[in-house]
Design a protein around this ligand. Structure first.
Ligand code: AMP
Ligand code: MG
Length: 442
């Protein structure tokens, strides 16, 4: 299922659907679908040079103005001939009457019993439809000039010829709107002679960390405090998505400071991502201020790590009646591993959808787990793993040390997330599990 294809829902509709689930255990798949149906797509299109378009989202279909290739041409170095003249049982003898190089203009017509020496990429002479690779023929040179002898069966009519428009046909969509442009796409745009490409404007994403215990790099670290790491992992993950970043720093658990920062962030950005302060039952001001400034749902998701999360819209006018809710809020948990896991489970695809991209499911590997894993059905677990090949070339995955949601090292050492699905139970040593490799994800 592609949740992005489902019709949009209001926050109120989503809230009423969520009330049908266990309030302490909203399944990951449902949370993903609700988020996909909540987030709007940004408007705004700009035209950029193709080298600036890598990783950007194509705003319109690109229709090919030309056939690529423009004419039938040779796929091999060899001899161009008429396929109909090839003998079925005996060698075919043809006079070589010319030469065609890539880039040459179309040559003259060729008579029956004749062929042309041709190089890869050269336009096929009129009437000739087949190329026999040079290594298959015998070349005889005498006073009459060159002739070739083609043994029977080495080539069929039409072989080794590239047809005009076989890569891209004139009038056909070469690329579709919503495409996240990759290197091959830039090459394809260049092959159409297109210097510029219409892309969606970049998404603006504001982010900050919340917590009295957090210190920024460069500050002293008093007892009981930790350096803020979430803003750096978030920066890295967002940077990979190619969004515009607005770093609002560390904000203490203080209503005045939180109100000011949320208001400024919501005014400046399409999406606001926070970490910390969304745990249930916490005497935290973050949740209160979120609720006051926006329309926000506080979820407890059936997952580990990363259970608490806030999702909704946040306004620009503090406490005002009829507040304006114009930025999407993702309130992530505070624990460093939970931040990353919830980002990949929910935020990444939502931001891509907001950017106008067609979101495709990430490919997963199936790997044999080197150790047994205890797992209760009824929640999705994301364990950090190291994937490698075994002696037979099959994928295997080893779980990295401690899986505590505060142990960021487990994430740094891993090269993938082992995804233990909602209904899945214990895994035996050697049992197959799904792994989301970090390469491709980031
Ligand atoms: P919270 O969700 O605010 O209760 O935070 C949960 C845990 O994550 C606490 O141990 C916090 O100290 C820690 N934490 C929260 N935010 C950060 C951050 N930005 N960097 C590092 N650790 C954090
Ligand atoms: Mg906190």
């Amino acid at each position: 299922m592609n949740p992005a294809a489902s019709p949009p829902m209001t926050l109120e509709q989503i809230a009423s659907c969520v009330s049908g689930y266990d309030p302490n255990a909203l399944p990951v798949a449902q949370a993903r679908e609700f988020i996909a149906r909540l987030v709007p797509t940004v408007s705004g299109i700009e035209s950029v040079a193709i080298r600036s378009a890598l990783g950007r989202v194509l705003a319109h279909d690109v229709i090919s103005p030309i056939d690529v290739p423009a004419a039938d041409n040779s796929a091999m170095d060899g001899y161009a001939l008429r396929g109909g003249e090839l003998g079925a049982d005996a060698p075919t003898r043809l006079r070589v009457v010319g030469k065609g190089f890539a880039g040459d203009a179309v040559g003259a017509a060729i008579a029956a019993g004749e062929c042309v020496r041709i190089m890869t990429g050269a336009v096929m002479p009129p009437g000739l439809d087949t190329v026999v690779p040079q290594e298959f023929v015998r070349l005889d040179t005498n006073s009459d000039g060159d002739a070739i002898s083609v043994p029977p069966g080495v080539v069929r009519a039409g072989d080794n010829r590239r047809l005009a428009g076989e890569d891209l046909a004139r009038g056909e969509a070469a690329l579709r709107a919503g495409r996240l442009l990759r290197p091959a796409d830039l090459g394809m745009l260049a092959s159409l002679g297109q210097a510029e490409v219409p892309v969606r404007r970049r998404l603006r994403v504001a982010f900050f960390s919340t917590g009295n215990e957090l210190r920024s790099i460069g500050e002293p670290l008093p007892p009981g405090c930790v350096y803020d790491s979430n803003r750096y992992t978030l920066w890295g993950m967002l940077q990979r998505l190619g969004v515009e970043l607005l770093d609002f720093g560390v904000v203490p658990d203080d209503p005045v400071a939180l109100r000011r920062t949320f208001t400024e962030a919501a005014a400046a950005a399409d999406a606001v991502i926070t970490s910390g302060g969304v745990s249930v039952g916490e005497a935290d001001h973050t949740k209160q201020v979120m609720a006051e400034l926006g329309d926000v749902l506080f979820w407890r998701i059936a997952m580990r790590p990363g259970r608490p999360m806030a999702i909704g819209r946040i306004g620009t006018r503090p406490g005002a009646e009829g507040r304006v809710g114009n930025a999407v809020l993702f309130g992530l948990p505070g624990n460093p591993v939970a931040v990353m896991v919830t980002f990949y489970a929910f935020v990444r695809d939502a931001l891509l959808a907001m950017s106008g991209a067609q979101v495709e499911p990430l490919p997963m590997l199936r790997a044999a787990c080197t150790s047994a894993i205890r797992k209760k059905p009824g929640r999705t677990e994301y364990q950090r793993g190291i994937v490698s090949r075994d002696e037979r070339g099959e994928w295997r995955v080893a779980i990295t040390g401690s899986q505590g949601s505060g142990i960021l090292r487990s994430m740094s050492e891993a090269n993938g997330l082992v995804v233990l699905h909602h209904e899945q139970g214990n895994v035996d040593a050697g049992g197959a599990v799904d792994v989301l490799p970090f390469d491709g994800l980031v």
